[in-house]
Write a protein that binds this ligand. Structure first.
Ligand code: GLN
Length: 540
């Protein structure tokens, strides 16, 4: 059996450079040449997973089929590479240490001093091998989170250095992604930060084979030459990745410079011609648009777009599928609630989404936004928390249940329309204990949702602790709210809709997690189609 080839992607200078997009691009360059690819994200933090982290600081928590709460990069891998990943595709320092310490307590290392080298590094390598064994890819790409030089990253880089030695030159390579800033005064592209970060990498014993330079404008010849010389990398192996309007163009952009060929040559992979046709078609949908629509995203994490990345991408996938651009603006729900932002701001948008969320801040603002959409026939899509608040809004303003609320926000409210799920009541620990991942959903025939999916059964990903209180189901239905989907055994309401509204749909599940470019999730596509239909009707 051929050994699985490894490509390690590291980052220099600063974080947030788009290392994830580079990882995806390398993967795509290989996929279009018919190679089977898999990906690992290494996150050198001590958390076991991203589930307990604040999306406001760290970006969205991406949920996998198996319910693992992952770093948002795994969402990018799934979208670009059309893969369905699992928990083994994310390795964190927390997981590695927990395992080693558990073993030490069990007495597995009896008599030995347990150390970072070899015990931690061996555990890291064995986790990488596990992915290779389970999925048997031709190439496994390993992205190391953080920046080279971070203390936390050192054991991982050491493990990868050892792995490279063992695998041999032809089976493993290193790609380093760095920032080349431009001085605003002179317009000069500065290479020193790149030089320093490569020096740091070499100090650890890793010589990058490829350097990918992020910059605002394409990398100039002089800068390229300097980087090649000082970083000891062939000039043909220095690639430029400037800011692009459409991130899905990055693989094409890099392959035009020869990235795919360079990787094949370096890893002694069989030379194959790429077939970019279907990817190009997808990218074309994003680039050559015939119309623009506007969508307001009403949430409390309004300052950080990364907190809603899957949702934003899902809207873009659906819009691009119809060749329209979607201008997404974040509407801070807490400002609506505080009276600092008029609810009429929603008039500016063709449609409104109330996304997932947690806790009190901004919740009343979201409820106001939902009411506005319901009363003004504005297309509205509610997701998870947005679903729960849509039920609260309906109970308050249509059923006239004064004091209706979600238990999460006001446990003493008179009408708890949304309550903690039965299965959650005994739980004490916070990490990985929500209702998570893929669950089967039954759709009620004759509903709008059924017409959207054209099926009675779907599988979608979840991440919640609360749900619609079944004691209020009949009352809400009596007043016109339609529950259009349920969990497998009918105990959890999965979706609601208002029949005589142009588009008022809310789902307890997160459709945004399974949307892919070229394969939009049907709920989003119908949302975009409705908006386009309404727009065209008002034009004619
Ligand atoms: N806070 C809500 C719950 O836990 C909604 C969660 C979400 O929107 N992801 O049920």
């Amino acid at each position: 059996m051929n050994p699985v080839k490894n490509i390690v992607v590291t980052g220099g200078v600063l974080s947030g450079l788009g290392k994830g997009i580079v990882t995806c691009s390398i993967g795509k360059c290989l996929q279009v040449r018919g190679f089977k690819v898999n990906v690992i994200k290494i996150d050198p933090y001590l958390n076991i997973d991203a589930g307990t982290m604040n999306p406001y600081i760290h970006g969205e928590i991406f949920v996998l089929d198996d319910g693992y709460e992952a770093d948002m990069d795994l969402g990018n891998y799934e979208r670009f590479l059309d893969l369905s990943l699992s928990r083994i595709n994310n390795i964190t320092t927390g997981q590695v240490y927990l395992e080693v310490i558990k073993r030490e307590r069990r007495g597995d290392y009896l008599g030995k001093c347990v150390q970072i080298i070899p015990h931690i590094t061996n555990e890291i390598k064995s986790r990488i091998r596990l992915v290779e064994r389970k999925s048997r890819p031709d190439v496994l790409i390993i992205e190391v989170g953080g920046t080279v030089g971070d203390i936390e990253g050192l054991p991982f880089l050491e493990a990868l250095r050892q792995l490279a030695l063992k695998k041999g030159h032809d089976n493993m390579m290193f790609v380093h992604v760095t920032l080349v800033p431009t001085l605003s005064t002179t317009g000069e592209q500065k290479t020193k930060p790149t030089q320093h970060s490569v020096q740091e990498l070499r100090r650890i014993g890793i010589q990058p084979d490829i350097i990918i330079c992020r910059s605002t404008k394409p990398l100039r010849k002089g800068a390229r030459e300097k980087i090649a010389l000082f970083c000891n990398v062939d000039i043909e192996c220095i690639f430029s990745l400037p800011d692009l309007d459409v991130i899905y163009e990055a693989p094409l952009y890099l392959d035009q410079q020869g990235l795919g060929e360079t990787v094949l040559r370096r890893l002694k992979l069989e030379h194959r011609k790429p077939d970019w046709s279907s990817w190009r078609k997808i990218v074309d949908g994003f680039k050559n648009t015939v119309d623009t629509i506007t969508v307001g995203l009403c949430g409390k994490y309004a300052e950080l777009k990364d907190a809603y990345v899957s949702l934003i991408e899902a809207l873009k996938h659906a819009a691009a599928y119809r060749r329209v651009a979607v201008d997404i603006k974040l509407i801070p729900s807490d400002r609506i609630e505080q009276g600092k932002l008029s609810i009429n701001v929603l008039d500016r948008f063709d449609g409104v989404v109330v996304p997932g969320g947690f806790g009190e801040r901004g919740a009343e603002g979201k409820i106001e936004a939902i009411r506005y959409c319901r009363e003004n026939e504005k297309p509205f899509l509610g997701l998870c928390f947005g679903f729960q608040l849509a039920a609260v809004e309906y109970a308050r303003n249509v059923v006239k249940l004064e004091g209706a609320h979600s238990e999460e926000i006001d446990p003493n409210a008179k009408h708890l329309v949304v309550t903690l799920l039965q299965e959650q009541k005994q739980l004490k620990e916070k990490g990985g204990t929500m209702r998570l991942g893929l669950h089967k959903i039954s759709i009620v025939k004759g509903t709008r949702l059924y017409s959207i999916y054209g099926r009675e059964e779907i599988y979608e990903r979840h991440r919640h602790r609360y749900g619609l209180n079944n004691e209020y189901r009949a009352l809400l239905e009596k007043h016109g709210l339609v529950f259009s989907a349920f969990s497998e055994h009918g105990e959890i309401v999965e979706a609601l809709e208002i029949p005589d509204h142009p588009y008022f749909i809310a789902t307890q599940y997160h459709p945004e997690f399974i949307s892919r470019p070229g394969k939009p999730e049907p709920v989003f596509l119908d949302f975009i189609d409705t908006i386009l239909r309404l727009k065209n009707a008002s034009r004619s």
